[in-house]
Design a protein around this ligand. Structure first.
Ligand code: GLP
Length: 247
């Protein structure tokens, strides 16, 4: 696991975007794993700029998103479908038929999850997965206590996560209670991971992720075992780290 500490949000976003862009240039039909939340927004802005100004070509890129709220249709402005279209897809030349996002409205969630896993495998797996991190150490919607070998499935959201995400909804009660999420095991099979974090609210989770023991209490700690994981954090998120990560 490589840890890169940058000055601020802008720098971590640019660093992450450069890694994604270089993969797309090397392998135009690569399989990208996208994340939602406020953290990757800066990275997406850079990808959009690179597409518009530098001709970064997404036409053959295949995408899989990490997660989606159960019960929100794609048209709901807080669904992750809506988020991805607003913040990335509508601004680049990705082929809509190459986009995969868990279906929060699936009637048979279990079968959907199996189908999603098989679809990832059918494309040869995810080449690069972008990750944010929850303040409680969750990745995607794998909440504390998630099995570290878990696959795509339905998860109950913790109150902490619903509280953190309530800012996007009218009130706490509106935040869905369940989500479909790639499992920790699914995420770990991606050939490369990029985990981004910024701000003081993530410092404890980053400390656990980078320097703590690996445990289901902080699902993100599993990335320590990934051979090609890059953790890119700003000074605030790195604030509690004790090691020397200068390169
Ligand atoms: C949600 C998402 C995660 C994301 C997390 C952090 O829970 N499911 O993928 O990492 O929020 O969000 P933010 O980046 O807004 O702090």
């Amino acid at each position: 696991m490589l840890v890169i500490i940058k000055k601020d949000y802008e720098e971590i976003s640019f660093e992450g975007a450069k890694l994604v862009a270089s993969l797309i240039r090397k392998k135009p039909d690569c399989v990208l794993g996208f994340a939602t939340g406020s953290t990757p927004l800066g990275l997406y802005k850079h990808l959009i700029r690179m597409h518009k100004d530098e001709g970064l070509d997404f036409s053959k890129v295949i995408s899989f998103n990490l997660d989606e709220y159960v019960g929100l249709p794609p048209s709901h402005n807080q669904s992750y479908h809506f988020f991805m279209w607003e913040n990335l897809f509508k601004h680049i030349n990705i082929n809509p038929s190459n986009i995969h996002i868990p279906m929060g409205m699936a009637e048979d969630i279990e079968s959907f999850c199996e189908w999603y896993e098989a679809k990832i495998v059918s494309y040869g797996g995810i080449d690069l997965q972008i990750l944010g991190i929850g303040s409680n150490g969750h990745i995607a919607f794998n909440e504390p206590g998630s099995s570290l070998g878990s696959r795509t499935r339905i998860k109950t959201l913790k109150e902490k996560t619903r509280n953190d995400n309530a800012r996007f909804f009218k009130n706490f009660e509106e935040v869905p209670k369940f989500a479909i999420t790639m499992g920790v095991g699914t995420i770990m099979e991606a050939k490369r991971l990029i985990l981004l974090a910024n701000g003081k609210s993530k410092a404890e989770a980053i400390k656990a992720t980078v320097e703590g023991p690996i445990m289901a209490k902080y699902p993100a700690t599993i990335v320590q075992l990934h051979q090609y994981a890059t953790v890119i954090v700003d000074k605030e998120a790195a604030g509690l780290l004790e090691g020397d990560y200068s390169t």
